[in-house]
Structure formats: C-alpha cells, structure tokens
Design a protein around this ligand. Structure first.
Ligand code: BTN
Length: 239
C-alpha cells in the first residue's frame, strides 16, 4: 500500500484525484495531510479541521465493472468501515446518518465525501474522502460536532486509526451487496422513528425513515403511509 503524507494541501480528494488521473497508482493509495486549506464537504460545503489533530485522508479505490447505479454501495462500505473501527474503540451511541455521516448520539464525528470518476456508466475509480475528528476538542461555528478525544477522554494515534480503517475497507469491498445493505440499515440513524425534516421550500414535515432505495435515495414514510424517496438536496433532517 502506498501512502503520500503532505504537510498541507487544498483538499486530499482533489490532490488524489489529479494524481490518479495523471499516473498509475496502486489500489488503496492514500493521501493524508496535516492541514487542508480548502477541505471539501458534502453539497459544496467546507470541511474544517485543526492542523495535525484529525484524520483528513483520501483513499483511491480502483474499480472494474462497477455500475454507477450501484454507487451507494460505496457509501455503505466506507461508513460501515468507520462505524466498525469506532465501535471497537467503544465510541458510544454510534449510528450512520444517511447518507454517510458518522454520529455519536446526535453529534457528528466523521464526514465522508466520495468522488467518482466515470467512464460512461461505469465508475472506474472512486476517491474515498474521510474526515474523522480525533484529537480536536474545540469546534468553532460547527453545530453538533464531536471527536474521539471529547468522547473517550484520550488522544489517539492517527496512523493507527488509518490502518484500522484500511483493513475494514478492504474486507467490506469483499462482501455482497445484499449483506452491505442489511448491515447499513441496522445502523441507520433514526430508522423506524418519527422524525422531522425540512423540505426544499423550507417547510417542516414529519415522517419515518424506512430505508434506502436502490439508487441510494432515502425512503421516508409520510403521514398517510406514502413511501417517498428523497435525494440529498431534497430534505434536511432536524435532530
Ligand atoms: C461532509 O461534508 O460530511 C464530508 C466531509 C469530508 C471531509 C474529508 S477530509 C478528507 C477529504 N478531503 C476533502 O476535501 N474532503 C474529505
């Protein structure tokens, strides 16, 4: 396995994607950095992380015949890998908030940004970007954020955590799609519980998360029983 350690870069996802497009890299090549100047989050948001305190890494997964229709499997693989590592460290009340935030209680400890490179309808490489809050204890202007140190009261070695995550990732890439989905649904935040959401028009509505459809949309049972699929832009869960 190759690991490229950088003191600073704009975004490990961008760095790894550009490198992978310009030269042959090994499967599971990792780019990690102490500092991201323009860390990328979901839906164009920014990912902030104090220098040297957290895991900010991107991992290259080369794929063969991986249909874009199945791209949500990648979210399941990465979130379950991190979930397992944190579970083994005894992080309390873990869950995966759709599509792939890792929560302890209702506090986010890890964000995942997966960027796919396509050839037609096939994904031939995926950049698995992981931002895990490890030794940072103060989060300015970030709602509901936590870290391993805040939750478990001790510092953690970033390289050891990365090794554990890579081992889990490698094993989750070997299991069946059905098994992945079952495991993901078992740890899905607020599944089968009445929850409040905000829609595109900023209106609140209540519903119950029942699952995820084959394209990765969240299936919410609305009042009256209708099961409606939502994509990431179409709803925000209030919790
Ligand atoms: C989210 O919004 O929850 C996703 C955050 C993903 C952050 C990680 S940090 C390493 C990698 N490089 C990036 O620019 N983003 C991801």
């Amino acid at each position: 396995m190759s690991i490229i350690k950088l003191n600073a870069t704009d975004s490990t996802n961008v760095y790894l994607k550009e490198l992978a497009l310009s030269q042959q890299l090994d499967d599971f090549t990792v780019v990690s950095t102490e500092l991201q100047r323009k860390g990328r989050g979901q839906m164009g948001s920014e990912w902030l992380s104090d220098k040297g305190k957290n895991l900010t890494v991107s991992i290259l997964k080369k794929l063969r015949a991986f249909h874009v229709e199945n791209q949500f499997d990648l979210n399941c693989i990465v979130s379950l890998s991190i979930y397992d590592v944190l579970h083994e460290l005894t992080v309390p009340n873990l869950s995966v908030k759709w599509p792939n935030d890792i929560l302890s209680g209702n506090q986010k400890i890890c964000g995942i940004l997966i960027e796919n490179v396509l050839k037609g309808k096939l994904i031939y490489m995926a950049i698995l970007g992981i931002g895990l809050n490890v030794n940072q204890t103060y989060f300015q202007n970030v709602e509901k954020a936590s870290s391993l140190k805040l939750l478990l009261g001790q510092n953690f070695d970033l390289d050891e955590l990365l090794t554990k995550i890579l081992d889990k990732l490698k094993s989750y890439f070997l299991i069946s799609r059905e098994e992945l989905k079952t495991l993901y649904l078992k740890v899905l935040f607020r599944k089968d519980k009445p929850s409040t959401f905000k829609d595109l028009n900023n209106r609140n509505f209540t519903g119950i998360i029942r699952g995820v459809d084959p394209s990765g949309k969240l299936l919410v049972e609305l009042e009256g029983g209708l099961l409606k699929p939502f994509d990431l832009k179409e709803l925000k869960m209030l919790y």
